[in-house]
Design a binder for this molecule. Structure first.
Ligand code: G3H
Length: 478
C-alpha cells in the first residue's frame, strides 16, 4: 500500500483517518526506515470502547482457556523471532543476537505468565469472623482476584517487544484487556508482536495497538476515563503521567543511576567483567545499566586497567554485524550524551579512551576521576559512557548511591558476604546484586525502583497481582 504500517483496532489492521504518519528513523543510517499511522483521539476512543467490551467477555473466559491462548501466542512469537528481531535491528539498532534473545525471552515470559496466573489466580481465601473481637463465627468471607478492566501498556524503545509483553501477558491472564502504545522507535517490532497475538486467536478488541505522536494522543490516552490501570516503562514522562492520571493503579519504572560499589577485597576480574557487561551492553541503553562505578582508591588503578583491557575488545559498528556498541537510538540522545562527556572533560575527568562519535555512533568511553560536581556523576547518559568515582570508604560509596534521586538497582563486589548484606541494606534501591551487574531478570524476580525510579513492583507474579483487585463475598449465617 502506501508503505505506512497499520495500527490494530478491534481485531483489524487500519489506516488512520488523519492521513498522517510518523517516521521511524533507523539510528544507523539516520534515514526513515518505516512509517506508522498517526492515530487520532477519536480512534483512541474507539479502541478503548472495544477494549472495554471485549474485557467483559474475557473476564468470564475460563482461566485455563486464557492460559491456553497465551501459550499459543508464545509459540507463534517464537516462530516469528527472525522478522521481529530484524525490526529491532533496524528501528533501535539492537545488536542482531540480542534482538533475537529479546523475542525468545518474551515468548518464555508469556508462557511463564500463563502458568503463574493459573496457579495464583486459581486460589482464593476463606476467612471466618470470630477471630476479630466481638464477633461470633457467623460470617464466612470468600475472596478471589478479579481483573481491573482496560490496562494501558506503554513500553520504552529499548525493549519494545519484551517490555510490552511483560505488561500484556500478566494483564491478559488476569482477565484484563490491553491497549498498547508502543514507542515510536520499535513500533513496527511491536506491531509484529501484536500480530502474533492476533494469529494465536485472541478475541477481537481484547488487544489493540495504537501508534502516533505523543503530543496528539499521549495525554489523551493516559487521562482517558476508560483506562483502569497504566503500566509504563520509560523516562521522566512517567512522573508527568503519574501527576495527571486518575485514581487508578500505576506501575512505573523510570530509569536509574545504578551504582557499582567495588571493595578492596573484591574479585577484580569478576568486577571488571561485570562493569563492562553492565555498563556497555546495548551501548548502555538499559535502565539497569551500571551507570556509575564507585571503587575503593586502593584497588582503583588495577580495576580501571582491567576494565580498559576489556573495553578495547568491544566491537563498534552496525547492529547487523552484531557489534557490541551500536548507534544510540536518536541524534538528540547522542547529543545529550556528548553534553555530559564535554561537561566532565571541562571539569577535569580523565578520559581512558579518546572520545569519538560518528552520527549516532559513540565509541565506548570510561571516565576516571569523576567528581560530584560533574553532571555525569548524577545524570543517566543512556549511552556507552561510564564514570568512575574513586572512594576512600564504604560509607562514601553508600552516600553517593543514596544521594541520587534514582533508586532502581545497585551492585556490590566483595568476598565478604556479611559486608555485602550490610551494604545492600544500606543502599536505597529496589534491588541490590551481590557480585553481579544489575539486571531485571530472571523475569519472575521482583523488579522495582525506589524514589524517582518508579511506583510499584514488577516481575511476573507482582504484575499479575497488581493488575487485579480483591473481591470478597461474605456469607452471613443466622
Ligand atoms: O531498561 C530497563 C529494563 O527493564 C532492563 O532490563 O535488566 O533485562 O536489561 P534488563
Amino acid at each position: 500500500g502506501d508503505g505506512v504500517f497499520r495500527y490494530y483496532s478491534d481485531g483489524e489492521w487500519k489506516a488512520s483517518a488523519s492521513g498522517k504518519s510518523v517516521p521511524i528513523i533507523n539510528p544507523t543510517t539516520r534515514n526513515t526506515h518505516f512509517k506508522v499511522q498517526a492515530c487520532t483521539q477519536e480512534e483512541v476512543n474507539k479502541i478503548v470502547e472495544s477494549a472495554r467490551a471485549a474485557q467483559k467477555l474475557w473476564a468470564k473466559t475460563p482461566l485455563w482457556k486464557r492460559a491456553e491462548l497465551l501459550h499459543r501466542a508464545a509459540a507463534v512469537l517464537k516462530e516469528h523471532k527472525a522478522p521481529i528481531a530484524e525490526c529491532l535491528v533496524k528501528e533501535i539498532a539492537k545488536p542482531a543476537k540480542d534482538a533475537v534473545t529479546e523475542v525468545v525471552r518474551s515468548g518464555d515470559l508469556i508462557s511463564y505468565c500463563a502458568e503463574e496466573g493459573v496457579r495464583i489466580l486459581g486460589e482464593g481465601k476463606f476467612l471466618v469472623s470470630d477471630s476479630f473481637p466481638g464477633n461470633e463465627r457467623t460470617k464466612y468471607c470468600l475472596t478471589s482476584k478479579i481483573p481491573l478492566g482496560v490496562v494501558l501498556a506503554i513500553p520504552p524503545f529499548n525493549y519494545p517487544v519484551n517490555l510490552a509483553v511483560s505488561k500484556i501477558a500478566p494483564a491478559l491472564i488476569a482477565g484484563n484487556s490491553i491497549v498498547l502504545k508502543p514507542p515510536t522507535q520499535g513500533a513496527v517490532a511491536a506491531l509484529h508482536m501484536v500480530h502474533c497475538f492476533h494469529l494465536a486467536g485472541f478475541p477481537r478488541g481484547l488487544i489493540s495497538c495504537v501508534t502516533g505522536k505523543g503530543s496528539e494522543i499521549g495525554d489523551f490516552l493516559t487521562m482517558h476515563p476508560g483506562v483502569s490501570c497504566i503500566s509504563f516503562t520509560g523516562g521522566d514522562t512517567g512522573i508527568a503521567i503519574s501527576k495527571k492520571a486518575g485514581m487508578i493503579p500505576l506501575q512505573m519504572e523510570l530509569g536509574g543511576k545504578d551504582a557499582c560499589i567495588i571493595l578492596e577485597d573484591a574479585d577484580l576480574d569478576l568486577g571488571a567483567a561485570n562493569v563492562v557487561k553492565g555498563g556497555f551492553s546495548y551501548s548502555g541503553q538499559r535502565c539497569t545499566a551500571v551507570k556509575v562505578v564507585l571503587v575503593m582508591e586502593s584497588v582503583a588503578d588495577e580495576l580501571v586497567e582491567k576494565v580498559n583491557a576489556k573495553v578495547r575488545k568491544l566491537t563498534v559498528g552496525a547492529p547487523e554485524d552484531d557489534c557490541d556498541i551500536t548507534p544510540v537510538v536518536t541524534e538528540s540522545s547522542a547529543n545529550f550524551i556528548e553534553g555530559l562527556v564535554m561537561d566532565a572533560k571541562q571539569k577535569g575527568a580523565t578520559f581512558c579512551q579518546e572520545y569519538r562519535r560518528e552520527g549516532n555512533l559513540i565509541w565506548p568511553l570510561l571516565l576516571d576521576h569523576v567528581r560530584p560536581d560533574m553532571r555525569i556523576a548524577w545524570e543517566e547518559p543512556f549511552g556507552p559512557v561510564l564514570p568512575v568515582i574513586r572512594i576512600n570508604s564504604v560509607e562514601e560509596g553508600i552516600h553517593h548511591c543514596n544521594a541520587s534521586n534514582f533508586g532502581l538497582q545497585g551492585c556490590v563486589f566483595t568476598r565478604d558476604i556479611n559486608k555485602a548484606i550490610l551494604i545492600s541494606d544500606a543502599m536505597e534501591t529496589g534491588t541490590v546484586q551481590i557480585n553481579s551487574a544489575p539486571a531485571r531478570g530472571p523475569d519472575h524476580f521482583p523488579f522495582q525502583g525506589l524514589k524517582d525510579s518508579g511506583i510499584g513492583s514488577q516481575g511476573i507474579t507482582n504484575s499479575i497481582n497488581m493488575m487485579t483487585k480483591i473481591k470478597s463475598t461474605v456469607i452471613n449465617l443466622p
